[in-house]
Design a protein around this ligand. Structure first.
Ligand code: GAL
Length: 814
């Protein structure tokens, strides 16, 4: 795809574009109102219909005959502005159509996993009727737009897609994860006629061995700018922090896509994290020939910068404004950045602003209950919050570049991020994906590393080394401020391991020490660690039901428990940290059970809804050591097991933990650092309690109580005030008559929202084949979740269940 500016921009295509030194920016017909210097509009509302990958009649005329591309503008019926899409579904983007498909098993074939990898959704070659998605949306174009540059910015579409405007094919993109841009202005009707964008996305083929979703699952923006403008990703900000403060280097690309030279000026305004203007430069004069693009450099010095950090993620903004010589504003772009220093050290790990920071990370796919890959912005934030609650400070976007919305959340919330490439090759398409990703992401202070790839078959080979050396050259060119890494599961001494800056170990944490002694000058970390499998709220393995106990004991052969890897990494400063595989359970790659009804992995520290499993509290104890905690497992509902021993664990960081059953002390034990405590307790219903002591002082407690039958359902919301259009996360817990959680409850819960829409539900059960796009869901071990989009206020959210008292809460929509 394009690499930031296109041939059309370079040569300047519009005869109507005028020199900036003249008085009018736009030619006839005279604009009704002066156009804004730049307009950016998020295209959220689309119409959607499934097409067909094999039957042309069901694919809206696409490929009807061999002349599909014979004439411009007539490739498919559904791309025509006159096409009637009133029968299509109304959807909001981010949208993932795969999440609404039924579960199905593909035909048995040699070497086929029958769809396990993608979570047994009926998509792919075996389901051509579900694998093509068509989207249409009208866009607003006025006479004032004539002569301007108008383009679409897609943050990610899964997958192979064609973009049409008014019937014309205007762009194509084959990566499901890299951002891309499509120019529209030649093809628009500026005189009041319809202007319609159509996207045909083909999700027949996958790029991952995990659930990937389908469709326009990230944001799309429509941008309109003057022919003289700052191109997409045209501002790059780098900062050098030293004892005297910080020097901020701002490089701004300015493009004259008109066919005459222009004189203009670039004014840069720096705005501090509090919103105050701190510097405005003397406008810099620029003269650009027709079709010329130039980079304008500007340095600003801050004597006392507010550094971006995990604890205080301070964000500055640079406003770049292009002015005509008479000072009229031609274009304006705001770019957020952080001032901070990062480095990896082979002896002392990772440093942020000169201080060592252990990377307490998780690796995650982009998938959540109810919505699949189409994660709304507020849900991205909520997921970051859940991980931060455990003390995590770093996220590896596995195995693909993340959504911009997630990076924005990480910038704002102080979560470090590794951005990973999906396709580890050096062919032009793969390089283009890398380039687009880096150009999009390099101003985000949260991004600390570029991961070139993960466990590629060529990882330990000379060819792999060549490919990644080539990619690394591109990284150095596009972003000399960050290092590279690669997640390797073998052959670390060879191939790619000899190319990248920071060596990533997938599993085999116990081999890092020997590697480090062989390569003492190379920083090293765990790019995938642990991989404990657990079913939330379950405490006995039950292979027949695809259930794994949630003690920290179960893992596949290549992996370890949480305790095994963290005790290695915690005490070795040279290991920069580790990224647990995974933070959240994800659809697809169902492990340890890879047949139906298992549709998701059980690797997560949290389940697919973001409900914590018990290991969450192991990490929380040792990743937030200054906050005393104890956590007790299992639950205490074991009817029929009276008198039989139950395996009781405490996670926690108090110096000692005492266990009490129904008020009687079962003794006090010293908590070994970075480990846990265990007892065998003959079951008696009632109350089991862990009491944490530092010295003689009680610093933490946790209690499990035998509950009575389900009596009520309780709703909790992630927040009570939300903007119209945002989502809120509604969690439901089943309680007994005395308000105690019922840890085994599986009641059918019905969510509703007046003034809002329930867009999806989940319960974290890796073996549930209930639909996600629904408003009801059985509780799984006492819990369920709904994602609710706020339409307009007042919003009332309710959850009800037959025989249980219901719960409702209001939200103020602003
Ligand atoms: C790794 C791989 C991950 C996931 C994981 C399962 O090898 O990088 O994507 O498949 O194993 O344990």
């Amino acid at each position: 795809m394009n690499d930031g500016f296109t041939r059309r921009e370079m040569i300047g295509a519009s005869a109507l574009a005028l020199s900036l030194s003249s008085t009018a920016l736009h030619a006839a017909p005279a604009p009704a109102a002066a156009p804004q210097p730049r307009r950016r509009e998020r295209l959220e509302r689309w119409r959607f219909h499934l097409g067909h990958a094999a039957e042309i009649d069901k694919d809206f005329g696409f490929g009807r005959d061999q002349r599909t591309f014979a004439k411009a503008g007539v490739s498919a019926d559904a791309a025509s502005p006159k096409f009637d899409e009133s029968g299509w579904a109304e959807v909001l983007v981010p949208h993932d159509w795969a999440v609404a498909l039924p579960f199905a098993q593909g035909p048995a074939r040699k070497d086929s996993d029958r769809g396990a990898a993608h979570g047994f959704k009926a998509i792919g070659r075996d389901f051509p009727e579900n694998s093509i998605g068509w989207y249409r949306t009208p866009i607003r174009v006025t006479p004032a737009d004539r002569g301007r540059r108008i383009w679409l910015e897609f943050d990610g579409v899964f997958r192979d897609c064609l973009v049409f405007v008014n019937g014309y094919v205007v762009g194509r993109n084959e990566s499901g994860y890299a951002p891309f841009r499509v120019d529209l202005d030649d093809f628009l009707d500026y005189d009041g006629g319809p202007n319609v964008i159509t996207v045909r996305a083909d999700a027949t083929l996958g790029e991952g061995w995990f659930y990937e979703g389908a469709g326009i699952y990230r944001h799309v923006d429509l941008v309109s700018a003057s022919p003289v403008h700052i191109p997409q990703w045209g501002t790059v900000v780098r900062s050098d922090v030293d004892a005297s403060g910080a020097t901020v280097h701002i490089a701004t690309d300015v493009l004259n896509s008109a066919d005459a030279p222009v004189d203009a000026q670039l004014r840069l305004t720096l705005i501090n994290p509090g919103g105050q203007t701190v510097t405005v430069n003397e406008p810099i004069a620029i003269n650009l020939g027709a079709g010329e693009q130039r980079t304008v450099d500007y340095d600003a010095h801050f004597a006392a910068p507010q550094l971006w950090s995990i604890e205080a993620p301070s964000l500055y903004t640079v406003r770049a404004e292009l002015l005509a010589m008479d000072k009229r504003l031609i274009d304006t772009v705001e770019t957020r950045f952080g001032i901070r220093s990062i480095r990896f050290d082979s002896q002392h790990g990772f440093f942020l602003n000169g201080k060592p920071v252990k990377l307490l990370g998780t690796a995650n796919h982009q998938d959540h209950a109810g919505v699949g890959a189409g994660i709304p912005d507020a849900l991205h934030r909520w997921r970051v919050t859940q991980l931060q609650g455990m003390g995590s400070n770093a996220w590896r976007s596995a195995h693909n570049p993340p959504a911009t919305a997630l990076l924005d959340a990480c910038d704002e919330m102080g979560m470090l991020m590794i951005v990973e490439q999906r396709y580890n090759s050096s062919d032009p398409e793969a390089v283009s994906q890398l380039e687009r990703t880096i150009r999009r992401d390099r101003n985000h202070p949260s991004v600390i590393l570029w991961s070139l790839g993960n466990e590629e078959p060529h990882q330990a080979t000379e060819r792999g080394a060549r490919i990644n050396a080539e990619l690394q050259q591109h990284v150095r060119r596009l972003d000399p401020t960050r290092s590279t890494t690669f997640a390797m599961d073998q052959g670390w001494d060879k191939g790619v391991g000899r190319v990248v800056d920071v060596l990533g170990f997938n599993y085999r944490t116990n081999q890092i020490e020997a590697y480090h002694s062989r390569h003492p000058d190379q920083p090293v970390m765990g790019t995938e660690t642990a991989s404990t499998v657990a079913t939330r709220g379950e405490y006995a393995n039950d292979p027949a039901r695809h259930i794994v106990r949630a003690y920290d004991t179960e893992h596949p052969w290549w992996a370890t428990t949480a305790e095994e890897w963290w005790t290695i990494v915690a005490d070795r400063p040279y290991i920069a940290g580790g990224f647990v595989w995974t933070g959240f359970d994800y659809r697809g790659e169902p492990t340890p059970f890879d047949t139906l009804p298992s549709i998701s992995s059980q690797f997560g520290i949290l389940d697919t809804c973001g409900f914590p499993k018990d290991n969450y509290f192991y990490y929380r104890a040792w990743w937030r050591p200054d906050e005393p905690r104890v956590h007790l497992l299992p639950h205490w509902n074991w009817p029929g097991r009276e008198g039989n021993p139950i395996e009781v664990w405490a996670h926690g960081n108090a110096e000692e933990v005492e266990l009490r059953l129904n008020g009687r002390s079962l003794g006090r034990k010293t908590m070994p650092r970075n480990r846990h405590l265990e007892w065998r307790v003959p079951y008696a219903p009632g109350r089991i309690e862990a009491i944490g002591y530092n010295g003689s002082r009680v610093v933490a407690r946790d209690v499990r109580q035998t509950s009575g039958p389900a009596h009520a359902v309780r709703l909790t919301l992630d927040r009570r005030v939300a903007r119209t259009g945002e989502v809120v996360i509604a969690n439901a817990a089943v309680l007994d008559a005395r308000g105690r959680p019922v840890p085994t409850a599986d009641n059918l819960l019905r969510f509703s929202a007046s003034g809002g829409i329930v867009i999806g539900v989940g319960n974290g059960n890796p073996n549930s084949l209930e639909p996600d796009v629904a408003s009801e869901r059985h509780a799984f071990n006492g819990l369920a979740q709904a994602i609710i989009r706020v339409a307009r206020g007042p919003v009332q959210i309710s959850v009800a269940s037959d025989g249980l008292s219901a719960s409702r809460m209001r939200i103020v929509a602003v």
